[in-house]
Design a protein around this ligand. Structure first.
Ligand code: LMR
Length: 332
């Protein structure tokens, strides 16, 4: 009798453990390097909220968001994803060079006229195919998120390319961006995003390139008295996951997560431009810095000075891909 009770007790305890295990939600850590009041920061929070509110997912998946390089920063985050220490990232498209040369396309200066052209390319067959270009390395792309077009900043007024000669510019970890500054006889320095403010403050670098939302949310205007409205390049993101982790999720969960990701992507991409405009206005209101617009003729000088970069990387990226992206500037 005693034996039977013991056996029953053990069975009950076992099934309770099994139940507890079944009830444990899958934790998905989403790490990124920017502030929360940016397109990517907002997108990560929106994704977290929609998953938490979703009837199918709310008890089965928990999204944890780590902004501002608080879990992993540049240089570490991709390795962490491959090791399974984080499940979602959204690095800027400039940060994938080690995994595929094709994505370097997004760093080519003066490639896209505006975000509508970027959309046409990303939603077209070539752009979509790039989402899976790193699957063989264990990295799977789920979506493209916009930030916006890049502007220059510096500790002196920079209106035409020759004004930038000799200045040290912080760049993301991208050979194309290095070449872009070499083309205008400036000195590029690769530096992680978390180090930018200090790098500018201490004079390790004299200037940089980024979007208004990244400048404003990092208070870069406190240490950069001049901005030049060049719109010369793009900061966009690929939301990525560890391919093995993603494929190992129960199918209903994976499908629902992708559905929510697609919905959030539409929202992020709709809001990005407005967020950047608000950030630009905040910099104007702060009266810390001068924002210099360019005339068409001045902008043409930048275009001509930077365009040789296209030829330098054409073989690595693929001339056909560059043509497809360039063609997306023509509205259908
Ligand atoms: C940068 O390093 O400047 C950007 O990639 C940061 C970001 O994620 O927007």
């Amino acid at each position: 009798m005693l034996k039977l009770t013991k056996a029953l007790f053990c069975a009950a305890a076992l099934s309770m453990t099994a139940l507890a295990q079944a009830a444990d939600p899958i934790v998905i850590k989403f790490a990124h390097v920017v502030a929360e009041n940016t397109p990517k920061g907002q997108g990560a929070l929106m994704f977290q909220k929609r998953v938490a509110d979703d009837a199918l997912l709310k008890d089965r998946v928990k999204i944890e968001v780590y902004p501002n390089s608080s879990l992993f920063g540049d240089g570490k985050e991709m390795e962490a994803l491959l090791l399974g220490d984080v499940q979602l990232l959204a690095p800027s498209l400039a940060k994938f060079e080690q995994y595929t040369k094709q994505l370097q396309i997004y760093d080519l200066p003066f490639l896209f006229d505006d975000l509508a052209a970027v959309d046409r390319f990303q939603q077209g067959p070539q752009g979509k195919a790039l989402l899976t270009a790193m699957d063989d390395k264990g990295i799977h792309g789920l979506a493209y998120w916009h930030n916006g077009l890049k502007q220059l900043s510096a500790n002196k007024k920079v209106i035409v390319p020759k004004d930038a000669r000799g200045l040290k510019f912080r760049v993301q970890a991208s050979s194309v961006l290095e070449a872009q500054f070499v083309a205008i006889h400036a000195n590029p320095r690769k530096m992680s995003f978390a180090e930018v403010y200090q790098g500018l403050q201490t004079g390790t670098v004299n200037g940089t390139e980024n979007t208004w939302s990244n400048y404003e949310s990092q208070k870069v205007n406190e240490v950069q008295p001049f901005f030049t409205e060049t719109n010369h390049g793009l900061i966009d993101y690929m939301v990525i996951t560890n391919a093995k982790f993603w494929n190992g999720l129960p199918e209903d969960i994976r499908t629902e997560l992708q559905k929510i990701m697609d919905q959030v992507t539409v929202e992020v991409n709709k809001q990005a431009e407005a967020l950047n405009n608000t950030a630009r206005q905040k910099i104007i209101d702060a009266k810390t810095s001068e924002i210099d617009p360019l005339t068409a003729e001045q902008r043409q000088q930048w275009r001509e000075a930077m365009r040789p970069v296209w030829d330098k990387f054409s073989d690595e990226i693929g001339a056909d891909l560059i043509k497809a992206a360039d063609d997306s500037n023509k509205a259908p």
